[in-house]
Ligand binder design. Structure first.
Ligand SMILES: *Cc1c(COP(=O)(O)O)cnc(C)c1O
Length: 357
C-alpha cells in the first residue's frame, strides 16, 4: 500500500473557473498564468483543461517549450522576458511573445537574427519597482522599439502592487495612463485581484493566475466565496494512528502543545516534506470526517497531529482534508502566516496526484 496522502485536481473546476473569468472580463482576452508549474498543479497535467484560453503566460523556457511540444499553437508570453541574448533563438523558434523590461534587452533585439518579428510586451514600472521602465521613459523606448525590424506588435504592460488591498490601483493607473498617453496599441494590466475588483483595468488582455486555481488573491477566502470560483486542488490524507492524552501530556517535537485535559488526538500522514507549512502553529484548521478541528504541536517532516475532541468517531483510516473544497487553502495559509500562492507552489513532488474530470 502506498502512503495514504494524495492530491486530487478537479479539471472541471479549472475549466469552469476560466469560463467564469471570461464572464468577469467579457471584453478582454485572457493570458492564463501557468508559471511555477501551473502554481504547483503540474503544467503538463492541466494545460488542456485551459485550452479555451487566448494565451498562456509563464516565465521558464522549459515550460514554454513543453506547451509548444504538446501541441499548443496559440500565444505564449514570457512574463520576465529573456535572460540572455541567446534566448532570442528560442523565442524565434517557438514563436514566443517576450516582455522587455531593461535596456540590454533592446540592444539584444537589435542584434538578433530572427526569422520573423518578435511580439513584445513593454513593461511599465508604475510603482512596484520590480521590473520595467519608468513612465517618463516609456514613450522614448516605445519609439525606439518601433524602429527595430526584429520587433513586431508592441503591447504596454504593467503590474499592480495593491490590487488585493485597501490601497487599490488608482495611483498606479495614473502612472500607466501618463506613460501611454501618446501610444496606440494594446494594453495588459490586470492580475487576478484587478480582474475581480477593478473592471476599469481590464483593457485588452487580463493576466489571471491564482483565481484560475480557485484561490483568493487577497489571502481571504471570503473575498471570493461568492464568486463561483472553485478550488482545483484538494490535499487529503488519513489518520495512521490515534493517541489518548492525559492532562499535562505534551505532543510532538519540542512538546509545544500541552493538553489542558484528557483528549484524543490523531496522527495524519502529512508533513512539511509533503508541502504542508512547518510554521503552521497549533490551532491551524483541518477537516476530518465532515467536521473541523485543528492541529496540535509542531508539524513534523512526515506527520502532524490533530485534536479529535470534535470527532469522537474518528479512527485509523479516517479521511483528513488538509485543504480543498471543505477547507479553503486560504484559511490554512492565514493560520500559517502566508498566502495560498505559497502553499500551492510548495506542494512536494512526492505527493501522488489524481486527476478527476
Ligand atoms: C504572476 C503574475 C500574474 C498573475 O498573478 P495572480 O495574482 O496570480 O493573478 C500576472 N502578471 C504577472 C506579471 C505575474 O508575474
Amino acid at each position: 500500500m502506498p502512503r495514504s496522502i494524495s492530491v486530487t485536481l478537479s479539471l472541471s473546476a479549472l475549466s469552469q473557473n476560466l469560463q467564469l473569468i471570461r464572464g468577469f472580463a467579457p471584453h478582454s482576452k485572457i493570458w492564463s498564468v501557468v508559471k511555477a508549474n501551473a502554481y504547483g498543479h503540474g503544467l503538463s497535467r492541466i494545460w488542456k483543461s485551459l485550452s479555451a484560453t487566448d494565451g498562456f503566460a509563464l516565465l521558464d523556457f522549459n515550460e514554454a517549450i513543453l506547451l509548444r511540444e504538446s501541441g499548443w499553437k496559440g500565444p505564449i508570453l514570457l512574463l520576465e522576458g529573456f535572460f540572455s541574448p541567446q534566448d532570442l533563438l528560442l523565442i524565434d523558434q517557438y514563436r514566443l511573445t517576450t516582455t522587455v523590461h531593461s535596456d540590454w534587452q533592446i540592444d539584444a533585439l537589435k542584434k538578433a537574427k530572427v526569422s520573423q518579428p518578435v511580439n513584445v510586451y513593454l513593461k511599465v514600472n508604475s510603482g512596484m519597482n520590480r521590473l520595467g521602465f519608468l513612465p517618463s521613459r516609456i514613450e522614448a523606448v516605445w519609439q525606439e522599439l518601433n524602429t527595430i525590424s526584429q520587433v513586431g506588435e508592441i503591447t504596454l504592460m504593467s503590474h499592480f502592487a495593491h490590487a488585493d488591498g485597501p490601497e487599490g490601483v488608482d495611483g498606479q493607473m495614473q502612472q500607466i495612463l501618463a506613460a501611454g498617453e501618446n501610444i496606440a496599441g494594446p494594453r495588459s494590466l490586470a492580475n487576478s485581484a484587478a480582474t475581480l475588483w477593478y473592471p476599469h483595468t481590464h483593457a485588452d488582455w487580463i493576466r489571471p493566475g491564482i483565481i484560475l486555481y480557485g484561490v483568493s488573491p487577497s489571502g481571504k477566502w471570503r473575498d471570493i466565496a461568492d464568486s463561483g470560483l472553485q478550488p482545483v486542488m484538494r490535499l487529503r490524507s488519513e489518520l495512521i494512528a490515534c493517541q489518548t492524552l492525559q492532562a499535562g501530556d505534551r505532543v510532538g517535537y519540542s512538546g509545544r502543545y500541552r493538553a489542558a485535559q484528557a483528549h484524543r488526538i490523531g496522527v495524519v500522514a502529512c508533513g512539511y516534506a509533503d508541502g504542508y507549512p512547518r510554521h503552521a502553529p497549533s490551532g491551524t484548521p483541518v477537516w476530518i470526517d465532515g467536521v473541523f478541528t485543528t492541529t496540535v504541536g509542531t508539524i513534523a517532516m512526515d506527520t502532524m497531529m490533530i485534536d479529535l475532541t470534535p470527532c469522537p468517531q474518528a479512527r485509523i483510516g479516517s479521511v483528513v482534508e488538509l485543504w480543498g473544497d471543505n477547507l479553503p487553502v486560504d484559511d490554512v495559509a492565514t493560520a500559517a502566516g502566508t498566502l495560498g500562492y505559497e502553499l500551492l507552489t510548495a506542494l512536494a513532488p512526492r505527493v501522488p496526484v489524481i486527476m478527476i474530470e
